[in-house]
Design a protein around this ligand. Structure first.
Ligand SMILES: O=CC(=O)O
Length: 327
């Protein structure tokens, strides 16, 4: 296709926070005529009818009704990553706009990160690093010991693609695996990883040494883990969250960590992100936090970009959209 015939696709911007990666641009520009938000706002009259897709990289540009009204020929929003809690699907559908995400390519890395957080927290890697580089060489007192992951019980809340991959990894650590999910996995899938279904989340919370959250954020999972749930957990247990911050009542979590209701937390997600620098979670020794990096590897981010390109192309050609998100 000649440059000028390429479909016009709106992006937030190139580079910087939330921007399309600079090294993805060459590939994208082979397929699309990219228009940044700034360009769009400067030349709205001409561009509003031209734009047929939004390439939404890390939740940007923000899509609201005003933007939708101004883009009469918008057919598809391709959103990076798996979570779609930043999108109003009903609103998009009322404008006849389809939505896609990239669930499968992010699952391996996110499961790896879940394991990394579990290991780092239980074996106190961050504290260990700080001790190792500190001027004080008198380390390893008895009160500094960690907890073992191998052989411990892992409770996975949300056994979708990511949760299941965590179970596969945990099996190699000889962990006892419990899971809670809206729908029970079939017997073959359960026995392949040795996972035991807990119909009631309470049973999982009471028995697990590590509770890993891997659910989508929906009205049903909003603050799913609150004071009551934290109190059900063992005082020796660790909470790991690689899903969305709002799945946990953060104030209740701070209180539980301060009062040793649970032992520790390892969080890739919080609300807001990043946390204000004076937030109590940043002051607790029994917490480790990473800046929402579940899928943050070079290979996966490239695959996400390629997935999004394919979805836009299919959507614009009227073909079945890979990874279409249905209402
Ligand atoms: O948060 C990351 C994702 O939704 O993939």
């Amino acid at each position: 296709m000649e440059g000028q015939d390429l479909p016009y696709v709106l992006i937030d911007r190139i580079g910087g926070k939330h921007g399309v990666y600079e090294d993805h641009v060459e590939f994208l520009e082979k397929h699309f005529h990219l228009i940044t938000m700034t360009e769009y706002l400067e030349n709205k009259k001409f561009l509003s009818k031209k734009i047929r897709a939004i390439y939404m990289w890390y939740h940007r540009p923000v899509i609201n009704e005003e933007l939708l009204q101004s883009l009469p020929n918008l057919k598809i929003v391709a959103s990076s990553g798996v979570g779609i809690d930043h999108l109003d699907l009903k609103l998009l559908s009322s404008y006849g706009v389809k939505v896609s995400n990239t669930p499968f390519v992010v699952s391996t890395d996110t499961a790896d990160l879940g394991m990394a957080l579990m290991l780092a927290s239980s074996r106190r890697l961050v504290e260990g690093y700080q001790i190792a580089v500190s001027p004080d060489t008198e380390y390893f007192p008895a009160d500094w010991l960690g907890a073992e992951v191998s052989g411990a019980t892992l409770g996975i809340v949300g056994m979708g693609t990511i949760g299941y991959k965590v179970a596969e990894r945990a099996k190699a650590f000889e962990m006892k695996i419990l899971y809670h999910n809206r729908n029970r996995r079939n017997k073959e899938e359960e026995s392949a990883v040795g996972a035991i279904y807990c119909k009631k989340i309470d049973d999982l919370l009471q028995q697990s040494d590590f509770v890993l959250l891997s659910v989508n954020l929906t009205p049903q999972t909003h603050k799913l883990i609150g004071k009551r749930e934290l109190e059900l957990m063992k005082p020796t247990a660790t909470l790991i969250n690689t899903s969305r911050g709002l799945v946990v009542d953060q104030d209740a979590l701070v209180e539980a960590l301060q009062n040793k209701v649970i032992k520790a937390a390892a969080l890739d997600v919080t609300y807001p992100e990043p946390l204000p620098r004076d937030h109590p979670l940043l002051k607790l020794k029994n917490v480790i936090i990473t800046p929402h990096i579940g899928s943050a590897t070079k290979k996966t981010r490239r695959l996400m970009m390629e997935n999004m390109t394919e979805s836009i192309q299919a959507g614009l050609a009227g073909l079945p959209i890979p990874n279409e998100v249905l209402l």
